[in-house]
Design a protein. Structure first.
Length: 457
């Protein structure tokens, strides 16, 4: 029988937390809107881990990587797993030893081959992947057996990911279409506790009982979760060079309050538009983390807010393959979280502007076109909104629009605000807490982006 206790929802409901001596529900303090990929060391596996299926397709000795065109098609930001609190904010800490984890991702850009990225970024011990497979999804936890492929790493069927490191799989001969749903199955032969995660996936993923079920068409599910564990990216090989758009953001980009299992985050809608536009395709990589800030890392009580945007920039922007464009949509948590509960980290307009300018400059240094998105309204958000914070938001938005630090502006504030009360979200777009948007709001955000921005540069 499935244990659905690990299933999260888009809102915390009655879940509460203690911060600086005050109690807050998720809706009161949740995020507004967690280096380059490390060289994997092939550790000494246990006897169990070494008994993998022989490699079916060794890496060709004459492979010319210079002629390969790899680009990111899906990605997610990571942080330390949180124990959770409250009925509707479950823990992201799972015991994975001897079990199979099947995770579902929707790609943006299709390609002729795929490869996956795994990371033990916040691990304190090595993590062993005993087996890995990829296949097209066939509803819920099911896969299409005809598309099932073994995933190898450096020609081997298993891999040890050292603490703090990341690994990249070998190319997998699996052609995928635009917007395809991919199931990535990982078997953990040794005792493993999840530590590097993405808390709010808004996508159901599946964990079996004991056994390697990576090749099973229907995974025997014991638990479900709305988090991603250790999986950080999927790349595709394309016939001609292509680019990718990285969206660096917080919970609004992450998809908070969107309907789970529908891919209704605003970057998903952007990917939809790119597919139907008839213009050259680009990958869309959602690097939103709930609670994330530009300047400050997550408070110790809430590690799921992740490292600051400045701290994770190299790993989650520059290390992504084929990045051509960056959208920076952060800042509301720098304003609201400090006003609500962390006065020691209160930011001035100049400090927040300096951080945003750094993100643009670091993108430009690597030839990446950088677009700034204005911060959306939040008046009415309990224990988050203040008149002083609103003055900071307005000052920062004015700078984004006029300073010229970014190559262009995406004016999400103008798209989502109530014309009759500009400090508030339009009621039709309000997710319910006056900070986050609903599915219609996310659709409107994507609809308001001029796709010419991504093909004129």
């Amino acid at each position: 029988m499935r244990d659905n206790s690990a299933i999260s929802t888009a809102a915390w409901g009655n879940g509460e937390a203690q911060l600086s001596g005050r109690r807050f529900t998720r809706r009161r303090w949740i995020a507004g809107a967690a280096g380059a990929a490390s060289l994997a060391l092939l550790g000494t596996h246990t006897a169990h881990a070494q008994q993998g299926t022989p490699v079916a397709s060794p890496i060709p000795a004459g492979r010319d990587w210079r002629k390969e065109n790899w680009v990111g098609s899906w990605a997610t930001g990571v942080h330390v797993a949180s124990p959770g609190f409250g009925e509707e904010f479950p823990s992201q800490i799972f015991e994975l030893g001897g079990r199979t984890l099947r995770q579902i991702v929707r790609l943006s850009l299709g390609g002729e081959q795929v490869r996956i990225r795994l990371a033990n970024t916040f691990g304190e011990e090595p993590v062993i992947i005993g087996a890995a497979r990829g296949a097209l999804r066939d509803g819920d936890e099911g896969i299409d057996p005809a598309t099932d492929r073994q995933v190898t790493f450096s020609g081997l069927p298993s891999i040890t990911i050292p603490a703090g490191a990341a690994v990249l799989s070998d190319p997998v001969d699996l052609a995928v279409s635009d917007l395809a749903e991919l199931a990535v199955s990982l078997y953990f032969p040794n005792p493993t506790t999840s530590r590097t995660v993405h808390a709010f996936a808004f996508q159901t993923n599946y964990l079996s009982g004991d056994g390697d079920f990576t090749a099973e068409a229907a995974l025997p599910v014991e638990e479900e979760m709305l988090s991603w564990l250790y999986l950080t990216g999927v790349d595709v090989a394309v016939a001609e060079p292509a680019g990718a758009i990285v969206v660096l953001g917080d919970s609004i980009t992450d998809g908070a309050f969107s309907t789970p299992d529908t891919n209704h985050r605003w970057p998903d809608f952007l990917a939809d538009h790119l597919v139907t536009s008839g213009q050259p395709m680009l990958g869309v990589l959602n690097q939103g983390i709930g609670g994330n800030r530009v300047l400050n890392d997550a408070p110790p009580e809430f590690p799921f807010m992740g490292p600051s945007a400045l701290a994770r920039f190299d790993r989650e922007v520059l290390a992504m393959p084929g990045v051509s464009h960056l959208i920076v949509f952060e800042g509301i948590n720098d304003i609201g979280l400090s006003e609500m509960a962390d006065a020691a980290q209160r930011v001035s307009p100049d400090e927040l502007i300096a951080g945003l300018r750094q993100l643009a400059e670091r993108a430009h240094e690597h030839g990446i076109v950088a677009y700034g998105a204005t911060i959306t309204p939040y008046e009415g958000t309990a224990d988050y909104f203040t008149p002083e914070g609103e003055m900071v938001r307005q000052a920062v938005n004015d700078w984004i629009r006029t300073a010229g630090a970014f190559d262009a502006v995406i004016d999400f504030d103008a798209i989502t605000r109530d014309p009759d009360h500009p400090a508030r979200l339009l009621p039709a777009y309000d997710g319910g807490d006056h900070l986050h948007l609903n599915d219609a709001g996310f659709q409107a955000m994507a609809d308001g982006i001029d796709l010419a921005l991504f093909h004129a540069s």
